[in-house]
Design a protein around this ligand. Structure first.
Ligand SMILES: NC(=O)c1ccc[n+]([C@@H]2O[C@H](COP(=O)([O-])OP(=O)(O)OC[C@H]3O[C@@H](n4cnc5c(N)ncnc54)[C@H](OP(=O)(O)O)[C@@H]3O)[C@@H](O)[C@H]2O)c1
Length: 419
């Protein structure tokens, strides 16, 4: 059952006698929140009732129907911890393109409108938004045991499983999908790290050879790109070259890029790479290519791999891209459990679509914590929305869909002073 949210108009808020304190208490007990819509002499009482309600209720942001805005729901009850799950009070969350693209993203072709509507309304509608979170463990199978990383009171970060959503005041998280948070970063920076950090770690750590690998990050200024540059450096890559627009050149250099190709001032990005690069690339991490025709127009995979005179790739290069056609997503999905050899799925095993894995990611998150605390990785948060509301979440989604965000966007779930 969902509790309704009753908004008392501000005109009423000026006249507290309209609703007696007894009736407010009765409404509160029924799980109906009474929140005057403007500051008034109700404020202390409002805080009291919000606090009383928050002991049992759980406010979250949920997907609407196909191409409809998100909405808020207040659940009357919160889930409990068990031996495999902890309950986390969420302090901050971050938004990713997968949230803004309604989770399905380019896994179904953009022009399959009916199939997309059907899939969205069957699977996504009314599920909670979000993957990334940072917050405090408030209920744990380990209680307050100081020996455990996930004991009550620990600041943690991680991801929620798909469609379970992190955009809520309290979330029940599988213990294998979170880790103790870095202590050298702000809560917003920590909330922005999980999905992009895991993507960079899972894609790059198996293939970078320290002091040998030359890495090309296509799109180095976005959420995944700026973390991938720092990760490649932290993993010991010899050089990290990236492609970005003029306004982001200094930013990617600060992230550690050894060479930058500005796609706005260069007439031909590929010719610029051929001219400027001393040693061919072993690893390409492409954050731009996707099944969305707006991204696909750049056609980086084909242009980079077909540049032959001189070639910009070593013969045994590895090209990983973060998006592609729906058929690529099927291949990547089949490859995930590791049953089918890659050579069966991809015609050229040197190029494939990477697909992040969330289960059992706590070990990788612990590695990310070490890298952050060693000073080798810092998430850049371009914007922090101070409150999690329908409007701020929708606005953050629109920001991301513009494809112009530098670094990441965070949203505070509770104000800093209540941490
Ligand atoms: N497969 C997976 O498991 C996985 C995991 C994570 C993310 N992804 C996908 O990866 C993509 C990137 O994610 P993100 O979080 O990095 O996105 P993002 O933060 O929204 O990326 C925005 C950045 O992209 C840059 N950009 C846009 N067009 C460009 C171009 N033609 N060349 C170079 N840079 C360009 C923009 O810089 P300028 O303003 O300088 O152009 C901007 O800084 C998304 O499609 C996401 O869904 C997939």
């Amino acid at each position: 059952m969902f509790a309704k949210r009753l908004i008392v108009p501000s005109s009423h808020a000026q006249k507290p006698t309209c609703i007696s304190s007894r009736s407010i208490l009765r409404l509160a007990l029924l799980g109906i929140s009474v929140l005057p819509s403007s500051d008034s002499i109700f404020v202390p009482r409002r805080q009291f009732f919000q606090k009383a309600l928050s002991m049992t209720s759980n406010r979250g942001i949920y997907f609407g129907g196909y191409q409809q805005p998100v909405h808020e729901q207040v659940l009357e009850k919160r889930s409990k911890a068990d031996r495999n799950h902890v309950v986390v009070q969420v302090y901050a969350v971050s938004i990713n393109p997968v949230d803004a693209k309604g989770v399905i993203g380019d896994k179904l072709a953009t022009h399959w409108t009916r199939a997309r509507r059907f899939a969205h309304n069957c699977m996504i509608k009314n599920t909670r938004v979000g993957f990334d979170f940072a917050g405090k463990v408030v209920e744990s199978p380990y209680g307050h045991s100081q020996a455990e990383d996930l004991s009550e009171g620990t600041i943690v970060y991680g991801t929620m499983p798909p469609l379970q959503g992190s955009f809520a005041e309290y979330i029940r998280v599988p213990c294998h999908q979170l880790a103790k948070a870095p202590c050298s970063a702000s809560i917003e920076e920590i909330a922005c790290l999980p999905l992009v950090g895991l993507t960079a770690w899972q894609a790059l750590s198996p293939c970078i050879k320290p002091e040998q690998s030359n890495v090309l990050v296509v799109g180095g200024s976005g959420g995944t790109g700026h973390v991938a540059i720092q990760m490649a450096k932290a993993l010991g890559a010899k050089t990290v070259t990236t492609i970005c627009s003029t306004r982001n050149v200094d930013f990617v250099k600060k992230c550690g890029a050894t060479d930058v190709i500005d796609y706005q001032t260069e007439d031909d990005v590929i010719a610029a790479l051929q001219r400027r690069v001393d040693e061919p690339f072993d690893i390409i991490f492409d954050t731009i290519t996707s099944g969305d025709p707006n991204d696909a127009i750049y056609n980086y995979p084909q242009r980079i791999q077909q540049a032959t005179n001189p070639p910009i790739l070593t013969p045994e290069y590895f090209y990983q891209r973060l998006g592609g056609k729906w058929t690529d997503w099927i291949r990547a999905g089949l490859a995930r459990p590791g049953i089918f050899p890659h050579s069966w799925l991809w015609s050229d095993p040197r190029e494939r679509l990477f697909w992040i894995k969330f289960p059992k990611s706590s070990v990788a998150l612990q590695e990310l914590t070490k890298i952050v605390d060693s000073g080798q990785l810092r998430v850049h948060v371009q914007k922090i929305y101070p409150e999690m509301t329908v409007d701020t979440v929708q606005q953050a989604m629109d920001d991301l869909l513009s494809r112009r965000v530098q670094g990441k966007i965070a949203i505070r779930v509770i104000p800093q002073q209540q941490q």
